[in-house]
Design a protein around this ligand. Structure first.
Ligand code: AMP
Ligand code: GLY
Length: 461
């Protein structure tokens, strides 16, 4: 089979890495890809948002299945366009992609189908939004309706911050059309967990749970980023919570999509917060998470292509019982450019990737090759990943490998997995040397495997 993967970050590197292990694969193309991906796939310099260019590529290379990494092409309708030309895509059509493409639509969907989420109000006038903030007071959360490259959410501790976010979105146009409407919702407290699930619209199979670390600095301080690291499984996702998520969130979502007449095939990503009242949805995404995909796919023992084909052919129920996950835990630590998520300098030479210990994988995110030299080319540069018997041991393997990797002004978090009992490693800023402190390995979490799954809607597959 000939596969096209759309995108060029760490998530897409993990997808290509896993797909390349399938005996069914004859060739993998990736657009635009990156130098890490280029070791396993033919990279073609077409942007993931150039739908016509991607269509031409898929036709020219006789692609059997296109796997879409990022949300923007899905929201723009890549699955619809490809289907019109008889090409198969792993990823939802535009109608289903609204779950991520419009926060207003997603909230209304959740309300309609009784899916637990933060209470919310919607506004298309700044004055009304501000009056509402005045009435209910802080803390609350202001979200731009549309895609805003992960920057459209403001957790406002004060009314002034909420007003500033409303002005930024609705009056200053910081996110263009994506900020014309806003959702204002109650502030929820709890641990966040990411649940990615395969679904063909009839059957939904959750992958192992993971936890992202969105803040830039240790101790969950500093600005929000695309994600500074992730691990699996998070101990907050107990068997009891897993059951509730299945019954209260995933099943009603699948039924709601079917009731809306939406043919949804791909990944459904539920960004959850585990509150004192139980799990609630913070957001839906319609694709694999980045960096959650890296630790999740490290634990997948089955053939990813076989699962993806079953999803697009609406026979996931057939392969679901065979989907196997490793008992090992896994982790990914992002090495970022100095300054990220603010401005940073690109083009820094990267060294030390050749001598990584066995089992440690460096997923490339923002890298490129210039005259044969690997250099930085993005905020998130590399995702150093490994498995281990516990989350702490997986992280030890990652953190022990990192000191050999170098690029100027590299920064990363030293405390990925702290909620799983990992005590972190300590950086000595001057030398970049890492001293691992003593630890007991942390609590051994459940393996996070799915319990009663797959859940299946009635009716023909
Ligand atoms: P989102 O893009 O909707 O996931 O929001 C980005 C981040 O903002 C989430 O990962 C949470 O940390 C935070 N967040 C979003 N909604 C809420 C909420 N209702 N209460 C508390 N924090 C939130
Ligand atoms: N890691 C968060 C996301 O992929 O949206």
């Amino acid at each position: 089979m000939r596969i096209l993967v759309v995108g060029g970050g760490g998530r897409e590197h993990a997808l290509v890495w896993k797909l390349s292990q399938s005996p069914m694969v004859d060739a993998i193309y990736c657009a635009p890809g990156n130098p890490g991906i280029a070791e396993k796939a033919s990279c073609v310099p077409i942007s993931s948002e150039d739908l016509e260019g991607l269509l031409e590529l898929a036709q020219e290379k006789h692609i059997d299945l296109t796997v879409v990494g990022p949300e923007a092409p899905l929201v723009a309708g890549i699955a619809d366009l490809f289907a019109q030309h008889g090409l198969r895509v792993f990823g939802p059509f535009q109608a289903g992609a609204r779950l991520e493409g419009s926060k207003v639509w997603a909230k209304q969907f959740m309300e309609k189908y009784g899916i637990p989420t933060a209470r919310a109000r919607y506004f298309n006038q700044a004055a009304a939004a501000k009056a509402y903030v005045e009435e209910v007071g802080a803390p609350l959360v202001v979200k731009a309706d549309g895609l805003a490259a992960g920057k459209g959410v403001t957790v406002a501790a004060t009314k002034e911050e909420a007003w500033a976010a409303i002005e930024n979105c609705m009056e200053k146009g910081a996110f263009g059309a994506a900020g014309k409407k806003v959702v204002i919702e109650e502030f929820l407290e709890g641990e966040e967990v990411s649940i990615l699930a395969f679904t063909d619209g009839h059957t939904i199979v959750p992958m192992v749970p993971s936890q992202d670390h969105k803040r830039a600095y240790d101790g969950d301080q500093g600005p929000n980023t695309g994600g500074m690291g992730a691990y699996s499984p998070p101990p907050a996702y107990t068997a009891d919570i897993a059951e509730r998520v299945e019954a209260e969130i995933l099943q009603p979502t699948l039924m709601g999509l079917a009731a809306e007449g939406i043919d949804y095939r791909g990944v459904l990503y539920a960004g959850l917060i585990i509150t004192a009242d139980g799990p609630k949805v913070l957001e839906f995404n319609v694709r694999f998470g980045d960096p959650e995909t890296q630790p999740v796919l490290l634990r997948l023992e089955s053939d990813l292509l076989e699962i993806m084909l079953a999803v697009v052919e609406r026979r996931l129920s057939e392969v679901a019982p065979r989907i196997g996950w490793s008992d090992q835990a896994s982790a990914c630590v992002i090495l970022a450019s100095g300054g990220y998520p603010g401005p940073y300098v690109a083009g820094r030479p990267i060294t030390g990737l050749d001598g990584l210990p066995p089992g440690v994988v460096a997923f490339h995110a923002g890298t490129k090759r210039v005259d044969g030299q690997l250099v930085t080319a993005g905020g998130r540069v590399l995702g150093i990943s490994a498995c281990g018997p516990t989350v702490a041991q997986a992280l030890d393997r990652v953190y022990q490998a990192i000191p050999s990797i170098h690029f100027q002004d590299m920064h990363y978090r030293h405390d990925i997995g702290w909620r799983a009992g990992y005590h972190g490693c300590q950086a000595q800023a001057s030398s970049g040397f890492l001293a691992l402190d003593g630890r007991d390995g942390g609590p051994r979490a459940g393996n996070g495997k799915a319990g009663t799954w797959p859940f299946r809607l009635g009716g023909p597959d």
